[in-house]
Design a binder for this molecule. Structure first.
Ligand code: NAD
Ligand code: 2HG
Length: 526
């Protein structure tokens, strides 16, 4: 596996990748889009910070790419839609730099309130000017925190230590949560009107871009101070410039810009603006932490293990990983198996989750089942990221049913596929020793361990059939590793599940199909 690191990411944090002998890590910084496109096909994983843009063109050219890792929170430098469509997992490191960004925001707020950078510059010019730099206290001022996520909440908490009155806005934080956070939540207009300082801690989305603009600035108090340590563009830069020039906004502290590096940004010409070059996450601790987190996640994706910080597939908590872990493999097996016994195009799949599992968000299992279902036809172009989209595009309806009550097993996953009037079902579980078992096929009960090569043979339940089938296989040098027969009634249709050591020659399948008493033969490769 080859990993391309496009931005300077703390090398010590990448230990998990360096210690794995199957990984080859290459660092190439400051490459242009064309340069990355030229080498992208050689890599299984790409790691970035915020500087390198992973565009659709790069993603489309990266024929072996499985994962893009972002050492940080914001993934706005990665074309997520393009990655999802190609089945590439995007993972980030959302927690590692929270405190760094929080402390940077607080530092910026203090510097803004007390004109610290401006005073320092004057001192460097050998001017001792105490009058020009009189500031304001934070105590008793109102801080409006827009976005009460990880960083917004931490900022709010620290602002309270300065005896600030903290108000917040976040459409996804309900009243109950705001009471827990001890922050007065209000609507955005109220927050703008009430705040002496406003700080944004939002992701970059269509909704948040330009949220602070000429119109919203007009709603603010005269002399308001504004901070952006989140993402460039959340504040409309020309509008901020004009408002500072007009004296409406007293000052601004900006860490992030619409266009970075922001060397020629007009805001930097204003003495009321203090700025840093996107340093929010730049602490030793945060850089080690995000590098470590992203390296571990990338490694997991490359090894086919579940991850908790995937951006374009549902995130899985550690608790969910512990619960679902064994069922992920089983889900894929069930999907693959049923796809190979179905000889008509699948129009619908019903997935029944029974037992304790039903308590959880099972999107990951459903996606994995779909991946297994589509894989025999679409091979590597489908994976658990794009499987739901691919299934939808192919007109497959997916129904998920969860029922907690269950007899006989702790959990059971049952699939039913339907197409052109043909229906098949298959159920599997994990036994207490961790072993996956197939326990039902087309309503026949069984107890079969899934193996790589299997034959499914519906046949007439009469004496001599096992020997008969065994003889045909023997004739074609196919070794039988295990066999099980399921039947509903004596003398009716029975089903034989045979585990074999390797794939079966077509002639053997044909010979079995034409043999007396055999209704059908399906070869399943898992
Ligand atoms: N300057 C830096 O170096 C630096 C470092 C770390 C994070 N960041 C950026 O800071 C931002 C916040 O990071 P975080 O870790 O707190 O993210 P987070 O996902 O924990 O929090 C974001 C919050 O914004 C809220 N939100 C989304 N849309 C909103 C809207 N329209 N109005 C109000 N609230 C809205 C969400 O509900 C969420 O609570 C991100 O953009 C991240 O990329 C910057
Ligand atoms: O890589 C960085 O230093 C910036 C990271 C920060 O913007 C983030 O969104 O996590």
């Amino acid at each position: 596996m080859r990993v391309l690191v496009c931005d300077p990411i703390e090398q010590e944090g990448l230990e998990a990748l360096y210690e794995d002998p199957t990984m080859e890590i290459v660092h190439k910084y400051k490459s242009t889009e064309e340069e990355i496109i030229a080498i992208a096909p050689e890599y299984d994983a790409i790691l970035v910070r915020s500087a390198t843009k992973i565009t659709k063109a790069i993603i489309d050219s990266a024929t072996n790419l499985k994962v893009i890792g972002r050492a940080g929170v914001g993934v706005d430098n990665i074309d997520l839609d393009a990655a999802t469509l190609k089945g590439i997992v995007v993972v980030n490191a959302p927690d590692g730099n929270t405190i760094a960004a929080t402390e940077h925001t607080i530092g910026m707020m203090l510097a803004l309130a007390r004109n610290i950078p401006q005073a320092y510059f004057k001192l460097q010019e050998k001017v001792w000017d105490r009058k020009a730099f009189t500031g304001v206290e934070l105590r008793n001022k109102t801080l409006g925190v827009v976005g009460l996520g990880k960083i917004g909440r931490q900022v709010a908490q620290r602002a309270k230590a300065f005896q600030m009155n903290v108000v917040g806005y976040d459409p996804y934080v309900n009243k109950e949560r705001s009471v827990e956070l001890d922050i007065e939540v209000m609507d955005l207009k109220e927050l703008f009107a009430a705040s002496d300082f406003i700080t944004v801690h939002l992701p970059k989305t269509e909704e948040t871009m330009g949220m602070i603009n000429a119109e919203t600035i007009a709603m603010m108090k005269d002399g308001v101070r504004i901070l952006n340590c989140a993402r460039g563009g959340i504040i409309d830069e020309p509008a901020l410039y004009d408002a500072i020039k007009a004296g409406k906004v007293k000052g601004a502290a900006i860490d992030v810009f619409l266009k970075e590096p922001a060397i020629d940004n007009p805001l930097l010409e204003l003495p009321e603006v203090i700025a840093t070059p996107h340093l929010g996450a730049s602490t030793e601790e945060a850089q080690f932490s995000v590098a470590k987190d992203v390296a571990e996640e990338v490694l997991k994706v490359l090894k086919g293990e579940p991850v908790k910080n995937a951006v374009n597939i549902p995130s899985i908590s550690q608790e969910l990983i512990n619960e679902l872990g064994p069922y992920i493999g089983l889900s894929e097996t069930l999907g693959k198996f049923i796809a190979q016994i179905m000889d008509k195009p699948i129009e619908k799949i019903k997935i029944n989750y029974n037992g304790n599992l039903a308590k959880y968000d099972l999107t990951t299992l459903t996606n994995t089942i779909l991946k297994g279902l589509l894989r025999p036809v679409l091979a590597d172009s489908v994976n658990y990221v794009n499987a739901p989209i691919v299934a939808k595009n192919r007109g497959i309806k997916v129904e998920e049913i969860k029922t907690e009550s269950l007899k006989n097993y702790a959990n059971l996953i049952t699939l039913e596929v339907e197409g052109s009037g043909v229906v098949h079902n298959l159920a599997g579980t994990i036994f207490s020793n961790g072993e996956a078992k197939l326990v039902q096929l087309d309503n026949y009960s069984m107890d079969t361990t899934p193996t790589k090569h299997m034959l499914i043979v519906p046949h007439n339940d009469k004496p001599g059939m096992i020997g008969h089938i065994g003889n045909i296989l023997g004739k074609y040098d196919v070794n039988v590793a295990g066999m099980q027969v399921g039947r509903k009634e004596i003398g009716g249709v029975a089903i034989m599940i045979i585990s074999i050591d390797h794939s079966v020659p077509t002639e053997a399948l044909e010979a079995m199909c034409t043999a007396e008493g055999i209704f059908d033969v399906r070869y399943v490769c898992l």
